[in-house]
Design a protein around this ligand. Sequence first.
Ligand code: ARG
Length: 458
Amino acid sequence: MALWGGRFTQEADARFKDFNDSLKFDYRLAQQDIEGSIGWARAIASVGIISSDEKDRLIAALEKLLESVSADPHGIADAGFEDIHSYVESRLIEEVGDLGKKLHTGRSRNDQVATDIKLWCRAQIEVLLSSIRNLQRKLTLTAETYQNVVMPGYTHLQRAQPIVFGHWAMAYVEMLERDYLRLENARRLMNICPLGSAALAGTAYPVDREQLAHDLGFDDATRNSLDSVSDRDHIAEILSCASISMMHLSRFAEDLIIYNSGESAFLELSDRVTSGSSLMPQKKNPDALELIRGKTGRVYGALMGILTTLKALPLAYDKDMQEDKEGLFDALDTWHDCLDMSALVLEDIKIRTERTTAAAKGGYSNATELADYLVSKGVPFREAHHIVGELVVYAIGEGKPLEDLSVAEFQKICPVIVDDVYPCLEISSALAKRCAKGGVAPQQVASAIGFMKNHLGL
Ligand code: ARG
């Protein structure tokens, strides 16, 4: 049964109905639609539109409906109704008869759907925040386990300076901290209740919208009814949070894919998160990580989708806005899965420390140390940089790392280099020197891990 038959003399074309109906995806708003309806029943009772007894009967029926939809949420999807609002209202009428028809007094599906989506986003944000925290904890514990494992740090994907694995892992904890704060902020901006804005001009009954907002767990009621029913900013904003975080996860995935490659062989991924090739028996592919990297695209797609749908839409509600849901649902599910999968990948990852250490020693990643050594001998940095460049070319020609050159070889290019150069070329010395806040020195890495353990309640 449609909610609006009176004005129509012809049946809707089946193809149009199929095109127009949203129940097949907005069934996911069932719980929120019922919660919002309970709030609305209280609101209209408080201004005498229904009696207190009628309100109680409506709420009891809505609670019963909530139980039945919670038992089989997906079961609603092909119940044949236009949308979740029609579904809930029809089921209510089935249960309490004509009384059910009173609930929609002063309400429109326009303020209803705006409220439902905000309630849904709020619940989903809770789940996502906890998945972000979970991944941060996993990363911090991994960082602690591999706190002192030396590996090359890269710029331009060229070995640049030695770092430790713990420092690499903590970099992602920082990114996720910003993702967490961004999402919390989005929740704060969004948590204002549109219910009571009706179709566009506001409800014609003097309900206390602030009380209603608080009943539904919102911080306040919206101030403008036109804006209330047209606003989908929060969807764009949450999808922007999701996109930025997925960008972080894709970089995390890509780093690990590189470290897992045969060429690096810095680590081994667990059999639990890899798959084999149907043709090449030796293969163990990083599918979980590749999917995280790949799924980033569809989350960006959802963000572009909603921005494009909303662009230049005239006030107030337009049916275009029904297109807000599928991208939102899919993107938040995807983000959630990718956060959890990232944590799972870390679960029994094995770092091959002999490989990471050998790689950190190779590639002349102590060249900066040699330049700093020359500076300590009074050579201006620019000149030192040039001299070390020549020494690297010489060492490459000899097929040796810098620390294997003799003093005589050093002195052929730069006479100020003496015996005391060798300790400076050791990785431990390169690490220890980076002792300013945020650097890779052991006590800095330890303090970063300690700070986050405390922050994350570990
Ligand atoms: N299914 C609709 C949506 O998701 C609900 C609002 C319908 N409002 C209307 N005026 N047709 O946007």
